[in-house]
Design a protein around this ligand. Structure first.
Ligand code: GLU
Length: 314
């Protein structure tokens, strides 16, 4: 079934109005447990929509490159689902929300070392441990390639972000070793952590992020390059996972308020996908208590509302 896409004038009006609304929202604070993120100018604000046909509508600082952070988990999830299949991934990593913060050790303990979701840190490290390759660099190349094919252009690692994370990721090191002791890390744990940390450290802009989302909205074919990046059958479980665990402990609220699968990152990026239609991406560094960008949430909610994108509304 081909769904109608809102017309470009309606999208443009929605994006411009929502971007203005974003600028009126205050509050939140840049993440600072990764030193680089604390240094990004807090006043940046961007919004973009890319449709399944590749139409791009953007406003604000939409070409400012920011750290992908947790949104990278969606790309690695897609890579492993394509490699080992959805059933094996579900068995090894899981497919349920934890209901706990993204870096919770308690969640792992409560589930006897099963990470539950590929979109929390434990599950993302376990998913990264499933990437095949003879060396860490060979495995990393596959992750970067998947991120790039989803974005429709070559993305690259920021040495500055990576350095900032690799030298401060003590909590994630503990998670990787806990996974290993439970038998749910499928490679050397420090190598899995290394490539997971690199995957969080690539830079992309808000249009790149919306293009990633539009690839899912378009059933796995990137509308910019025309390449099939993800098989059609793997798109629904990826979006289901985003709906359940994409916005940290606010995921249920996001489903309630916006009604779309989404994913955010502590770099201030946020993505929402309207299947069969389009994707909305936003960026603004200050985060709320749950780790979601305050302004990005406002911008995405406003666009989804004005274009009637809630999946649960008939
Ligand atoms: N690199 C970050 C971490 O592992 C990503 C977290 C996020 O964006 O949720 O803590």
């Amino acid at each position: 079934m081909t769904l109608p896409i809102p017309d470009t004038e309606a999208i443009t009006a929605a994006v411009n109005t929502a971007h203005q609304a974003m600028l009126q929202v205050d509050g939140g604070k840049n993440a600072d447990y990764i030193p680089y993120l604390a240094s990004v100018p807090s006043g940046l604000a961007a919004l973009a929509v890319v449709t399944r046909e590749g139409t791009v509508v953007e406003a604000g600082d939409s070409r400012f490159a920011f750290a992908i952070e947790s949104i990278s988990k969606v790309a690695t999830l897609a890579l492993i689902m394509e490699t080992i299949g959805r059933d094996a991934l579900r068995e090894k990593v899981g497919s349920d929300p934890t209901g706990l913060p993204f870096n919770s050790v308690m969640a792992l303990e409560l589930a006897q070392g099963k990470p539950m979701s590929p979109l929390v840190n434990a599950g993302a490290i376990a998913t990264a441990s499933l990437v095949e390759g003879a060396t860490a660099d060979a495995r990393w190349d596959k992750i970067l390639d998947m991120q790039s094919r989803l974005a429709g252009r070559p993305l690259s690692l920021s040495d500055e972000v990576n350095q900032s994370e690799q030298t401060t990721n003590f909590h994630n090191r503990a998670i990787a070793w806990l996974l290993y002791s439970a038998g749910t890390c499928y490679s050397d744990p420090m190598e899995a952590l290394d490539i997971y940390t690199r995957q969080c450290s690539t830079l992309l802009d808000t249009v790149d992020l919306a293009t990633m989302g539009a690839t899912f909205a378009n059933g796995g074919v990137n509308p910019k390059t025309g390449e099939r990046v993800v098989s059609k059958d793997n798109v629904p479980p990826i979006l289901a996972e985003m709906m359940m665990e994409g916005l940290y402990t606010f995921s249920g609220d996001f489903a309630y308020i916006v009604g779309l699968p989404g994913k955010s990152g502590v770099g201030g990026g946020m993505l929402a996908v309207a299947p069969g239609k389009l994707a909305i991406a936003a960026f603004a560094p200050p985060l709320d208590e749950a780790g979601n960008s305050v302004r990005a949430l406002a911008g995405i909610s406003a666009v989804a509302k004005s274009l009637n994108l809630d999946l649960f509304s008939a």
